[in-house]
Design a protein. Sequence first.
Length: 232
Amino acid sequence: MKKAIVGKKLGMTQLFDKAGKVIPVTVVEAGPCVVVQKKTVDNDGYESVQLGYGEVTEKHLTKALKGHFEKADVAAKKYLREFRLDDCSILNVGDIVKADAFEVGEKVDVVAKSKGHGYAGTIKRYGFGRLRETHGSGPVGRHIGSLGACSDPSRVMKGKKLPGHMGVVRTTVQNLEVVKIDPENNLIAIKGAIPGPKGAIVSVMAAVKKQKVKNTTAQTISKNPQKASARK
């Protein structure tokens, strides 16, 4: 992970590439973020950078947070996020991280809390099937049904998919592409959908996994050299 930034999800729209193809994108207000703290191997056992995002008045801060910002000599921020970067030495306390830290075409991972759906049944929560709507299914058409336990083991096994609270969990979407960057307005357009509702706080980081592009033509030639020569 070489770079990261904290932002706010504004919503989805669409852009057009040079060929006129529609690209669905999510617009994120990325930064500006300030470096509030640096952790080192000597003091903390590992290296990381803490970024602050969003304005907040001091009356909404606890004494501990107020002292934390005063020690760093930076303006108070509403949200704090910590990132382990490959090289933390390039950033110092008080530095500003903006949207132009990323480049168009770069792959990123986005972390946020998913949308909340309240108390949901198994059909909505896990995609369970339901009973038929005819021939006497009764009022239990969307019920979970038998849980499968008989006299042995005479209990519901741990991990059973049951109704319950759905959403509001930390969710990561990997290898999304940066389509457009507007450094003046601190906006980043990311291809596809990202977790969370509008206004959700998101963390945008350089992609951890690298996608491997398979060269199918080269593999075909190596496997069938006679057919490949015949085509030529």
